[in-house]
Design a protein around this ligand. Structure first.
Ligand SMILES: NC(=O)C1=CN([C@@H]2O[C@H](COP(=O)(O)OP(=O)(O)OC[C@H]3O[C@@H](n4cnc5c(N)ncnc54)[C@H](O)[C@@H]3O)[C@@H](O)[C@H]2O)C=CC1
Ligand SMILES: [Mg+2]
Length: 384
């Protein structure tokens, strides 16, 4: 049956499919990509190639999990500028203004990410008399559960209040936004910001001083003069909760909010393993020798720049648990009992305007991986 389909049309159909989002919206994309008289033929070709639209999936993904399909889809968008531009046209866009994300308040007063369609963004740009090309400066940050490519875009060149009014949202500083958002929205908003910030600070090659050019997805930049490729980077950090079997060690820097204590953390030196960093940081900051360690999890941490936090539990012997503080970085470090930790986990952070020491110490909020380490330690101790 396929023999009567002209090869050129089959190829055109394949190209059209390659510029669509993962599922759905095929008819729309075909119509935008092709001239009218080709649409019917191409639509038929599409069904021959992929089967009916409803079951259309790229990469033969009926056999794969949807996670694998989405991952492969994103991988291709990073490699294929044209496909990425196509995905952007029907994608979801998170707006930022000078790196502050756009949130909206629900009727119950809760804050959510304000996710816009690319067509809405174009409408806003048009109304504000800006070139639609600004949309093309978006960077790819993921793929939604409904298989729509997700992008982030900084509209810092537009008037903030005007965009807020048109969108019915508000741009909120990331530190606050991170605290207000729940579930997967928090890491998504930080990823979007981190990638935009990386592009804003890597416009030039550090070897030649010449401009670098990004790919459409924003997953890399290339120096036009010497061809060096730059990729977005995170600085690796080890964060560790020390235990002497009975108590855990928390510390504070003078720059922390009043009363907050956290796990020890430190940047990896060039060439170090995670284990070496952990051992060194503990020795440097509190003068203790680690006996054993156990990996717990990891987190991208956007403050003040992008860090890749690797979280571990570690033990020291109770006989050698006397803290010898490095006063340069830390203001205080103390051993805390399970009872004290349980109290701190329940305590809410004091309002920022609070003057003087709050009554009782508190620990980082749940979105910080330090909190997870502390929770894990407390749960473990309760079992003993
Ligand atoms: N998500 C979480 O739960 C927590 C995250 N953190 C984060 O961990 C990171 C590291 O913690 P610190 O105790 O401050 O590290 P640290 O103990 O290594 O000390 C910071 C110092 O290390 C030097 N340094 C070396 N490489 C650096 C790099 N790539 N970037 C910045 N400074 C570098 C600088 O002199 C800086 O003053 C911080 O960004 C902090 O925000 C800290 C505690 C909890
Ligand atoms: Mg440190």
């Amino acid at each position: 049956m396929q023999s009567w389909v002209k090869r050129s049309h089959t190829d055109t159909a394949k190209r059209a499919l390659n510029t669509t989002s993962l599922f759905g919206t095929v008819c729309f994309k075909v119509q935008t990509v092709l001239i009218d008289e080709e649409v019917e033929m191409v639509t038929h070709c599409c069904s021959l190639i992929r089967g009916p639209f409803k079951s259309l999936q790229l990469f033969g993904s009926r056999d794969c999990s949807s996670y694998v399909s989405r991952t492969r889809y994103l991988m291709r968008l990073k490699e294929d500028d044209e496909a990425c531009r196509g995905a952007l046209q029907s994608g979801n866009v998170l707006l930022y203004h000078k790196l502050a994300p756009l949130l909206r308040q629900t009727q119950r007063g809760r804050y959510q990410l304000h996710v816009l369609q690319a067509t809405d963004v174009k409408g806003i740009l048009g109304k504000l008399g800006k070139d639609e090309q600004l949309l093309n400066t978006s960077v790819l940050i993921g793929c939604s559960d409904s298989d729509i490519a997700q992008f982030s875009l900084d509209v810092g060149s537009l008037e903030k209040a005007a965009v807020e009014e048109m969108c019915g949202g508000v741009f909120i500083d990331l530190r606050k936004a991170f605290f207000l958002l729940k579930g997967p929205e928090a890491p998504l908003v930080t990823k979007g910001q981190a990638l935009l910030r990386w592009h804003q600070t890597h416009a030039y090659c550090s070897a030649t001083g010449q401009p670098t050019q990004r790919n459409q997805a924003g997953s890399q930049r290339v120096c036009l003069t010497n061809g060096t490729t730059y990729y977005p980077q995170m600085a690796p950090v080890v964060i560790v909760l020390l235990s002497d079997g009975r108590r855990c060690l928390l510390a504070r820097q003078s720059t922390f909010p009043l009363g907050m204590y956290s796990a020890l953390a430190g940047f990896c030196d060039m060439g170090e393993t995670m284990e070496e960093t952990l051992r060194r940081e503990v020795a440097e900051e509190v003068g203790l020798e680690v006996e054993s360690l156990q990996f717990s999890g990891s987190q991208h941490w956007p403050f003040p720049q992008s860090s890749f936090m690797v979280a571990c539990h570690a033990t020291v012997s109770p006989e050698n648990a006397e803290v010898n503080l490095d006063g340069v970085e830390l203001e205080d470090a103390r051993w805390f009992t399970l009872e004290e930790i349980e109290g701190a986990l329940k305590r809410k952070p004091p309002p920022q305007s609070t003057k003087g020491e709050p009554t009782g110490f508190w620990v980082p909020p749940s979105y910080a991986i330090a909190n997870k380490l502390i929770q894990e330690w407390a749960n473990q101790q309760k079992k003993l």
